[in-house]
Write a protein that binds this ligand. Structure first.
Ligand SMILES: [Zn+2]
Length: 1009
């Protein structure tokens, strides 16, 4: 299914940026109106402001002002100076009187440079976002006159701005028709550009001289957005809109202007996303205000009409919504979930507020998407226009939203709003009783759609099925816990996808969730493993890791068992733990690289691998990294992102229904010798086998012979022998020992056990021509211990020492292939997420890595040699078994050859396939005995049916002393002797039989084999 790789805009928007409403955003007055006239002047060099405020109250009205952090001068009421008490909380209270009152207060404030993150007064500029004048606790209609340096321009909430020059200072007065809880003030050495739109709205840009290049495009894009939303929602609610640059790193949307940090303005994509989001807040958030106590509908709505709409403009809305669900699932879990109705504020951009944002922005944006799907576009936008008209310059609640939509749709939407606003869970879906039946020649697909939520949600669920070459789609109305669904089709459907376009707020299934950075950020139980000697290099990441509650351990502190139960982050790729899971990833040598993979030891958890060139490269990204949660691969050079990717994942909950066999176009089949000519320049030729298929062994023998005829220096690598048997192999090939001795020394029957005749021709050929035979296999016990004892962590330290250090468990397709193998061995109770499966992957990878290490070692120490590798077909898979693991260690040409007799041939398994007739070994000669090695020698334990030995008179308890006149001590000795006999011939056996109270009898038998 198609891949998901898009730009960072949306995420950056949420993270750096905007969405942060100022603390004192629009909160409209319910009744009674206060009027205040504010006048201020500045001494930028002294970081000082001086001001007066006059508030006028009607008879019977009281006034309370917040003055914390201000230096108060005189307080004059109705022309008479008064002593007024100020509480510890900074509240100045004036009681009501029978007549009207006017109060004049003088105040001043000093803001030391660097003392505030959001306010400043100096010759660079003035930014006042925190309390900077005595603030009435009720909304007031405020006029402002400010004296600023002659080269400054200024902005505040205003419909009109008028300048007057008087000597060294400039007087600027602001008037604004709407009552405000708070006004902001910004001034600086701006170059101001103004342009009037057709409808009369003035669009202004306040940019610093050095950023003039951006002013034109910001102005033009702002007008575009204003026009877009006027058309969609209704007339722009104010008379001006300004884009104002800020030296401080802010992103705010105030009525009539937006305040953007200089570093934000310079980012290339802001005009494409965040700017529009902020402009839209003029309608929703500013004109229609949010009463935060009653819930914040506005961020999710703005995200839907801005960010998701811009993605839709580019044809990327499906990825956008999928990204929202991934983000939600990464950050919101049972411990921190909340309802959408409980979302009040965006909070900061830290990791802790990501869960809150995933609800308030992403889940609520999905709510509006589902609402639009439910009522249709026309009604949806009509309802929005109604909502805006009804609540302009007032606060609105979720109830108000619901009312406008219910009215426009003429529908009772209470179930819809209740379930999406008041429930902290999201629908989790599964399919049961999935089957295809062919009725009257036409396939019918049926299944039950099951919700795991109680009570069940009500929603519409798109389901699509591929029918021949076209997609058949059904919108299933779901109201119950279990919904039966059926499709009548005309051809066998290969696949089915549920909700492929992400139209439903729901839980994603594992195949839909790629390994991305947000899964680590939001994951529980996090552990970072620091490679030895890397403390200094990665120190700049410590604050980020600590903020996300990630334990940091060095290699020596690491408890290996933790690797299988935590989300992992490897700081440096050289630690043993990292090498043992991912070998050495092919990352660029320079800059900073981060890659997220599934934790191969713990299904559902992730492992992040970080590699960096220097401490400086780490420091350059340390503060940015948090903003890239949606990606799975990131590379930075000097802090600049140069590559970012989202790994592939399924679209929709996918089911594979029917998989027809694979075919191949045979343009020209090749003679065996032609194939051999083509592959003769490979240094490693793999010939896979099913162990008991003689046709495979015959092919192995032919390939060995053919390559050796073309090239003299050939070795044979064999899975069938453990590395500890190498001495026996060497001695046999050199002619130092005979076959009988070799089989004993190599412990062939104990270690491998398959009929030796399968391999006899190959080994005899090697001996004949003195070709080295290399034992490839790890001791069998280590593989099975790894499987049984919970992975490598359970092995004894001296065993671990002998294992290859670099092991790659996450090679693409490897786990999936092993899952199929494991499934076929473990029957109906198979669970791919079982710990056993993780152990199985680890033991198989250990096996493949050991063989690869042995092959690569031989080829590097014998620079002219070739090797014919003889191993089970699962070990020679070209894509992800031994060959790529050899390639990682030594760059040599390799070829994989397999024999096909039956079954499916997946792509990328081999370079050449042969089709051979079935070949059988002649029947093997058999005694028809069960034998066991006991104290006195090989002893009869029982008989097979039609046993020749029984017919010859042998009895249970007989101890075999010799066969064909040769003394035997073990069962293996007897097996070896049988190798030299034919089926149907006779074998002379001498045995000892214990006789009660008498000396043992020694008897001779002639057994028909
Ligand atoms: Zn916002």
């Amino acid at each position: 299914m198609k891949s998901d790789c898009h730009h960072a805009e949306f995420l950056l928007l949420l993270l750096f940026f905007l969405s942060l409403f100022p603390l004192f955003a629009a909160r409209y007055a319910a009744a009674g109106e206060l009027r205040c006239d504010l006048a201020v002047s500045f001494d930028p060099a002294a970081h000082f402001l001086n001001g007066t405020i006059r508030c006028s109250m009607a008879a019977g009205e009281s006034l309370a002002l917040q003055t914390a952090g201000l230096d108060l001068g005189s307080v004059v009421v109705n022309g008479a100076k008064q002593e007024v008490g100020i509480g510890e909380d900074g509240l100045l209270a004036l009681p009501a009187t029978d007549g009207s009152q006017a109060v004049d207060i003088a105040f001043s404030k000093k803001i030391e440079p660097g003392s505030s993150a959001s306010s400043m007064i100096d010759s660079q500029g003035i930014v006042l976002l925190d309390l900077w004048y005595p603030l009435p606790l009720q909304p007031a209609r405020i006029s402002l006159i400010a004296g600023i340096p002659a080269d400054f321009s200024a902005v505040s909430e205003a419909d009109e701005i008028i300048y007057q020059q008087s000597g060294e200072t400039r007087k600027v007065s602001f008037s604004f028709a709407q009552p405000r809880s708070f006004i902001h003030f910004i001034a600086g050495p701006y170059q101001v550009r103004e342009e009037r739109m057709a409808g009369g709205t003035i669009v202004a840009t306040y940019f610093f001289p050095e950023d003039q290049e951006f002013a034109q495009v910001y102005g033009a894009k702002t007008m575009e957005y204003l026009a877009r939303y006027e058309k969609l929602i209704g007339p722009y609610p104010y008379k001006r809109y300004s884009v104002v640059e800020n030296r401080l790193p802010t992103g705010f949307a105030m009525p009539t202007f937006t305040l953007l940090g200089q570093s934000v303005v310079r980012l290339p994509f802001i005009t494409e996303t965040s700017l529009g989001h902020e402009v839209l807040h003029s309608w929703f958030g500013n004109a229609v205000g949010v009463d935060h106590e009653l819930g914040n509908w506005c961020e999710g709505l703005t995200t839907y009409l801005a960010d998701q709409a811009y993605a839709a403009d580019k044809g990327e809305e499906v990825d956008f919504r999928k990204g929202q669900l991934i983000k939600y699932q990464s950050h919101v879990g049972p411990d921190n979930t909340m309802t959408a109705a409980d979302f009040k504020d965006a909070g900061d951009h830290g990791i802790a507020s990501q869960a809150t944002r995933a609800v308030g922005y992403n889940k609520v944006s999905m709510l509006f998407h589902m609402l639009r799907k439910k009522v249709g576009d026309e009604i949806f936008y009509a309802a929005l226009r109604d909502f805006y008209q009804q609540h302009k310059f007032r606060n609105a609640s979720w109830d108000d939203v619901q009312q406008s939509f219910s009215k426009a749709a003429d529908l009772d939407l209470s179930t819809f709003f209740d379930q999406w606003l008041l429930r902290p869970d999201v629908p989790a879906l599964t399919v049961q009783k999935l089957r295809i039946e062919i009725k009257d020649g036409a396939p019918e697909l049926t299944f039950d759609l099951v919700q795991q939520n109680t009570p069940p949600y009500e929603f519409t669920l798109p389901v699509q099925v591929k029918n021949g070459k076209e997609m058949v789609r059904q919108d299933v109305a779901v109201t119950q816990a279990k919904t039966p669904v059926s499709f009548s089709l005309t051809s066998m459907p290969p696949t089915m996808e549920i909700d492929p376009d992400y139209d439903l707020m729901r839980k994603l299934v594992p195949d839909e969730v790629p390994p991305v950075w947000s899964r680590f950020q939001g994951g529980a139980e996090k552990m970072a493993v620091l490679a030895d000697g890397s403390e200094e290099k990665f120190a700049p990441l410590r604050p980020m890791l600590e903020e996300m509650d990630c334990a940091i351990v060095t290699e020596s502190e690491l408890n290996e068992h933790d690797l299988g139960v935590k989300n992992l982050l490897f700081l440096g790729t050289d630690s043993k733990a990292s090498l043992g899971l991912f070998a050495r990833p092919a990352f660029p040598a320079t800059g900073f690289t981060l890659e997220v993979r599934e934790n191969p030891l713990a299904p559902g958890l992730v492992a992040v691998i970080i590699q960096a060139e220097t401490r400086e490269q780490v420091a350059a990204v340390a503060r940015k990294l948090g903003h890239y949660g949606k990606y799975g691969y990131l590379h930075f050079e000097d802090g600049k992102n140069t590559e970012k990717r989202v790994p592939e994942s399924d679209y929709g909950i996918g089911y594979i229904l029917d998989q027809p066999p694979r075919g191949a176009a045979v343009e020209k089949s090749l003679e065996f010798d032609d194939v051999m000519d083509r592959i003769a320049d490979s240094r490693a030729v793999y010939v896979g086998e099913t162990h008991v298929n003689q046709a495979d062994h015959l092919l192995q023998f032919r390939v060995l012979q053919a390559i050796h005829q073309r090239y003299p220096e050939v070795a044979v690598g064999m899975e069938m022998f453990n590395r500890s048997s190498q001495a026996a192999l060497d001695a046999y090939v050199k002619g130092d020992i005979d076959e009988r001795q070799f089989l004993k020394d190599a412990q062939y029957f104990k270690n491998w056990g398959y009929d030796y005749r399968y391999y006899r021709d190959i080994l005899q050929y090697a001996r004949q021509h003195r070709l080295p035979v290399i034992a490839l296999n790890l001791d069998k016990d280590i593989v099975s211990d790894t499987f049984r004892e919970g992975g490598i962590a359970g092995l004894a330290p001296e065993i671990k020492e002998t294992l290859p250090v670099e092991r790659d468990l996450s090679m693409p397709g490897y786990r999936q292939r092993l899952v199929q193998v494991f499934q076929s061995h473990s029957g109906p109770h198979f669970n791919a997420n079982d710990q056993k499966m993780a152990n199985f992957v680890q033991s198989q990878a250990l096996w493949d890595e050991t063989m690869a290490e042995t092959i690569a070692g031989y080829l590097s120490s014998h620079a002219q040699a070739k090797m014919i590798v003889i191993a089970g077909s699962g070990h020679v898979v070209k894509e992800n078994a031994i060959p790529p693991r050899v390639a990682r260690r030594i760059p040599v040409k390799q070829t994989v050859v397999v024999n096909v007799q039956q079954g499916d041939l997946p792509p990328d398994e081999a370079d050449y396939v042969f089709f051979s007739n079935q070949v059988n070994l002649p029947p093997s000669p058999m005694l028809g005995l069960m034998l066991a090695d006991k104290k006195d020698g090989p002893t009869i334990d029982g008989f097979a049916p039609n046993s020749g030995a029984k017919a010859a008179g042998m009895k249970e308890g007989d101890v075999v002393l010799a066969v064909e006149g040769q003394e035997v001590r073990t069962v293996d000795d007897i097996k070896i002797s049988l190798l030299y006999k034919e089926h149907g011939s006779k074998l002379k056996v001498k045995a000892r039989r214990p006789v009660f109270l008498l000396p043992d009898a020694v008897l001779d038998f002639n057994v028909q084999l």
